[in-house]
Design a protein around this ligand. Sequence first.
Ligand code: 13P
Length: 252
Amino acid sequence: MNKRIPFIAGNWKMYKDCNQAVETIKTLLELAFEVEDADIMIAPSFTSLYPVGKILKDSNVKLGAQSICYQKEGAFTGEISASMLLSCGCLYVIIGHSERREIFNETDENINKKINAAINAGLIPILCIGESEAQRDAGDTFKILDKQIELGLKDFFTEDLNNLIIAYEPIWAIGTGKTATDEQAQEVHKFIREEIEAKFGKSLAESIRILYGGSVKPANIKQLMDMPDIDGTLVGGASLDAKTFSEIIKYK
Ligand code: 13P
């Protein structure tokens, strides 16, 4: 029986200025304040973290960032450190999103360092992994995911990863309206859990939450969440509207 608490997260990517972010979060809190049986996270842009964090303080919706610098501080123009994220009220940080990997050339080695920085600072990392359409068509899905897990989590001990969350986001399903079927997603989530068991042991494999991301909407969330190895979701487009996202949060 799956005892993992559902985790429903919104990634706002590079949408919404501060005013829009604050308006949306106020509406979302009104719509979702009574939800207690799921962990909820919103990751606005860096510039909205502070005002949104002030509104979310002491609420059931937690704050996440979309990326992090692996350095503590210094001459790293344009970067944001773990302590800066913590001072805005962040509890979570998304690391290794495919848009960061593909567009901004983030490597598995960088991602590994970022996870280390997050864990050392007490932030909960959400490690994103996923294959492209060409990789899936070539039958390389599991090979790609294995590499991303192996290198992303290189040199960690099991006890470092107690809070880690993994998000499986097939690139071909992101922003395309083309969701993985529940069976396709379940097959991959099961594989990821088995990989975690092989590398870090049964206990972590049973407790780790594995999220699905890629064109999740109110119409498909329930079927996905009914799968035994899908513990939550990382939502892009459908998290931008408070009402739509609240319907996803209340999928039960
Ligand atoms: P969409 O829900 O817009 O497909 O985006 C998914 C995603 O990338 C979340 O991180």
